[in-house]
Design a protein around this ligand. Structure first.
Ligand code: SPD
Length: 290
């Protein structure tokens, strides 16, 4: 993470900016009003900054994970697309997701009976509870079970089977790198029931072409059905973000039951978005064809 500090004028003394750069050449800049937390956990650097435009932001390993203003887009799209396709998503596993945003969305589904969250970094959960109580609200639910473990280790060693598995990870660097490997995807496949669905976040098709190519090559070598879908997340690199709908049997559109989606319950997700998010621009189709 880079803080650019510059003197603006004689009157206003300092101007502090958070910048997240793509290959050092382009990126996002947010004006910071306060740095609320800055520490190294056992696994990574964790920052919480207060920004003028996007409210509080959680930054892991120098990269924005959530901001108060736009976190709903990512969390709704990661959770609701698979959960409204699966006919009975009773048992859900979230790998990562230590801020709790995905858990909060999963718990909005009455059919969900238990949600296991496997997060490697306990400090992320503590920081989220302290600074983002609205995002972390689901941790108090009796349906939620949190384990502090490496997600790859967990799926390789558990005997449990799940209806839906979500990989709510940071980028494929540092502690999350292992969660983009073929071996992890194979373990996830083995932990899914026969009609199970897996959705990992799959980076930006505009800024992370190499990662996206590798992720989809790995997923396609494990799952019979793999379909990318997109959402607009303003504070993520390039603002266009992708997810991979992977399943053993279900088709994300043919098996989608629009009647189950309540009107006006969410801020981003609705039936039209569900259908439209699988429409891919030509440059993305070309990338996936590689
Ligand atoms: N470059 C940022 C990618 C972050 C994706 N995961 C965010 C986790 C939020 N729960």
């Amino acid at each position: 993470m880079n803080y650019i500090v510059k003197e603006e004028s004689m009157e206003s003394l300092w101007n502090m900016w958070f910048t997240e750069l793509h290959k050092g050449r382009a990126g996002l800049a947010l004006k910071v009003s306060r740095v609320l937390y800055s520490e190294f956990s056992e696994f990574q650097r964790i920052d919480v900054i207060d920004t003028e435009e996007f409210g509080k932001a959680l930054v892991l390993y120098g990269s924005i994970m959530i901001t108060e203003v736009d976190e709903f887009v990512y969390h709704e799209m990661l959770a609701h697309v698979p959960l409204f396709v699966h006919p009975k998503p009773a048992k859900v596993l979230i790998i990562g997701g230590g801020d709790g945003g995905t858990l909060r969305e999963v718990l909005k589904h009455d059919k969900v009976e238990t949600v296991t969250v496997v997060e490697i970094d306990k400090q992320v959960v503590e920081v989220s509870k302290r600074f983002f109580p609205n995002v972390a609200s689901g941790f108090d639910s009796p349906k939620a079970h949190v384990q502090f473990d490496d997600g790859a280790h967990f799926v390789a060693n558990t005997d449990e089977k799940f209806d839906v598995i979500l990989a709510d990870t940071s980028d494929p660097v540092g502690p999350a790198e292992v969660l983009f490997r073929r071996s992890f995807y194979q373990s996830v496949y083995d932990r899914l029931k026969d009609n199970g669905i897996f959705v990992p976040q799959s980076e930006s098709p505009l800024f992370h072409k190499e990662s996206v190519t590798k992720i989809y090559r790995n997923l396609n070598s494990v799952f019979p059905i793999v379909r990318m879908y997109l959402a607009h997340v303003p504070t993520y690199p390039s603002a266009i973000w992708s997810f991979a709908f992977c399943s053993k049997k279900s088709d994300p559109l043919d098996d989608f039951n629009a009647d189950r989606v309540p009107d006006g319950k969410f801020q981003y997700y609705n039936t039209e978005i569900h259908k439209a998010c699988f429409a891919l621009p030509e440059y993305v189709k070309a990338l996936l064809a590689k």
